[in-house]
Design a protein around this ligand. Sequence first.
Ligand SMILES: *Cc1c(COP(=O)(O)O)cnc(C)c1O
Length: 351
Amino acid sequence: MSKFWSPAVSELTPYIPGEQPRERLIKLNTNENPYPPAPGVGAVLREFPTDHLRLYPDPESRALRESLGRTFGVDADQVFVGNGSDEVLALAFQAFFRQERPLEMPDITYSFYPVYCRLYGVERRALPLNARWEVDLDAFDSDCGGVIFANPNAPTGHGHGREAIAGLLERITDSVVLVDEAYVDFGGESAVSLVERFPNLLVTGTFSKSRSLAGLRLGYAVGSRELIEGLTRVKNSFNSYPVDSLASAVAIATLEDTDHFEACREKVITTRERTRRQLESLGFEVLPSRANFVLVSHPDFDAAQLFVGLRERGILVRHFNTDALRNFLRITIGTDDEMDSLVETLELLCA
Ligand SMILES: *Cc1c(COP(=O)(O)O)cnc(C)c1O
């Protein structure tokens, strides 16, 4: 608390990101990609004309939006880009969710959403997951100020198919439905192709996970021109240049290399299924996952103690200290070698 802060700042409960350790650990706590970005990225960085940094970047990020438009089969006018999808989400909260009626979301989902609700004074209605730990699409009430959830969801890993999302959009037509597809490339089904049919659908995505560029800070949204214009109005009232010229050039080179992208995501998916079987044979319950992480619990061992045991042996995973998730660990899928170390260490701890 400080007398210098705006009064509302005392009321905030900031998001706590996963630790970025200084020592060398096997890092399975923030869902980064274990594989390097596309090889073309090195050449872009080496050859980038230094003098270009003297100038402001294109405020409309036209070239990057065109490249994303080609990737998703939509027009550049249906694409928005920002400094990480966290920023895109923040702008979406301001553009669409400051309504009379509450914003609806699952009670277990990306924990940044409640933080934005506080920051922007958005009332929140949290709905329980169903008995299979899935986002209960039928629970969303059409009389709401908007809907937001991650699909696949975090930290559970369950993802709904496109038809299920279309069903929700048939029902909720008067407010924005934001589907956060940060993890869709690891086995989920994207709703991007539905944006032509549903003008209230906004799909967000990120270069941080499947594109191995978490350090670059780049996210995007795809939706109707109406929604993109709303986001652009807010962006231009906040920061005209959220995407720098270097990030834009790197991102375009990344999108062009589909072979590298496919190979990396397939490796992650294969390793995930292998890890799942290994953890199950140690007695863990592993929720089915379409993401680059698994949420696991063990009937005989306390998750917080396993977290500490792993950490002492050089392996960092994520433990959430909430009532619903206290018994679980969220484990990012790394390389096969990293996952072998994880499984061996858990074998020791659960002996
Ligand atoms: C990682 C993540 C993001 C944030 O991505 P950035 O582009 O790195 O800001 C957004 N939503 C979900 C569900 C995530 O897991």
